[in-house]
Design a protein. Sequence first.
Lengths: 322, 373
Amino acid sequence: MSLPVYILRRALQALPLLLVISIMGFIMMRLAPIDPLAYLKANPAISQETIKAEEERLGLNKPPVVQYVLWLGNLLKGDLGISTSGGSVSSLLLQRAGNTLLLSVSTVIFTWLIAIPAGVYAAVYRNTIIDRLLSIFTAIGMSMPTFLLALLLLMLATKTHILPIGGLTSQDFFERNYIGKCFDIIAHLIIPVTVLTLIGLAAIQRQMRASLLDVLQADYVRTARAKGLMENSVIYIHALKTAINPLITLFGFEFADLLSGAALTETVLAYPGLGRLTLEAVQSKDMNLVMASLMLGAIMLITGNLLADILLRFADPRITLE
Amino acid sequence: MVTALQTIEKAEVLKTGAFALISKKLWLSKPAYISAIVLTILYLSAGFADFLAPYSMNFADPDLANAPPSKIHLMIDKGYISGPFVYRMERLFDVDTYKQVYSEKKYARLPVKLFTKGEVYRLFGFIPSDLHLFGVDVPGRIFLLGSDINGRDNFSRLLFGAQKSLTIGFLGLLIMFPVGILYGGIAGFCGGLVDNIMMRVAEAIMSIPGFYLLIALAAILPAGMNSTERFALITVILSFIGWAGLARVIRGMVLTIKQQEFVEAARAVGQSEWKNMIRHVLPQTTSFVIVAATLQVPNFILSESGLSFIGLGIQQPDASWGNMLKAALDNANDLYNQPWLLAPGLLIFLTILCFNTLGDVCRDILDPKSSTV
């Protein structure tokens, strides 16, 4: 099956899944003993007409089934309603999702750049001091709550004042030139990316080590050695190629973890991402926004898994897309 | 739930039984031994919190809010060493920095007494007592880890918080595992349309990022519940996040197991399908379940702390490690000068580290293939 057809098919398969998710989400929100417009009504900046329109749009005086159909129809039209702060939910989401994606992608890049070599090294030089140190380090990483690590780095940052904390841009962002803006964003990304990378490293390093050790015991590796290949080419060309496959599956999971784990890190470090937005929406009972971010989170997660499957196809020619 | 153990080497497990094998071999590993000891100490401290804590959970001295940890002094005077004592604290306002500072009143020396009488409590809920391990005479206060914004003793609250934070992991297991195992078992055993529908629902739950689902569920909890109800519902919510992943793995295992002859044999002697599944198929997953359970407890603890940390879990005035750590975030600007606020976080970390270590060792014991790695 060619790639575009496969992607299309997976996307079509995801549709019923998203439908089920939306129904579950909707039931959940209906169960909540909360007037979804309470905060809108409490906000004096929002006119009565807007509230009336929102009531009409959500069909609050109609039965729940009709409400759901209305909500779904609006969703398909791309109208996600307005948030309690008065802004449009869709523009708010798009902007925040971009920030979270930026954070996640940077984290994934750094995590893999460090974890893969570290895992390979630990497997090749098994039971040496460095391997032991790495395994202690990963045990700590596996058990460290993201919010604790974020707090620790926050503590260092407030003490040293080397790196900026909070937000993604400085106050003078718009007065800077293009390069200045880039540097500003990078400086703001360093702490959140460090937190998420240190946490994410552990699982991947361990998996890489275990996977490579597994492969190094395989017959074909013995054959490669027996025919007199250099140890380096045995490990880095023959063994590594097979050993990396299970990690690609992990990639999908990692994406999911990032979406979830980033929420707490974003909150502690005041990073303007999707997780923090959802959290604030939940705290202010902003139901339009909560539903929308649940859906967006699910879409990002499904996309992540699809991406992992496609990557696996390229890494392992034995796997066919079907 | 990433650790699928389909390739478990069955021979030794079948011979001795999974539990017996673990209790025999667990103590041979030094990290597991140490972890077990640390966890035992933590759980005993939580159990005897009323006795170990100098103050009750809600005891507050508003005059001593945000106080630093009490310094415990030893005085050497003319060759004699006095017993440990603390000075009375006094709150002052520093006009230069606009901050409140605490200073010790050097004339008011208060010895730290062991097995002293203090507030009345009921140990384990039914043994009335007023004995505390240590304390100082009123109006002195001993705050080993400082006090919070309401003037409550952080050390005492840490012990009471442990009662909630440490039990939620096991209570969650009691809900999540029966549900996940039965759900996955039924789906795998029945197969066909039932399997298809059940798995689609499970997949839908797995496709929502766990933390988003968690906070959305926590948000719809009605306000005005008492702390026991809230604790119970939080436990239910936490279990709700993980069961789908467990169900999927169990289903996969059941699909393989039900092909084997003994299942057919049980059917041939006239055992009902339901009994067959409960008595013969599901017990085959024990090894996996034990390992998954050990590794799930720290997940629950982590989720509860995270939830309470952002104010959606256990609520004030109840203490939990998560909501106590919130004080560290609230004082983030000055955290460097108040590192004791991080104590609940370190306890969360320590607990999770110990459970993870135990879980890893259990997996190595039950799955010898991975232990060679």
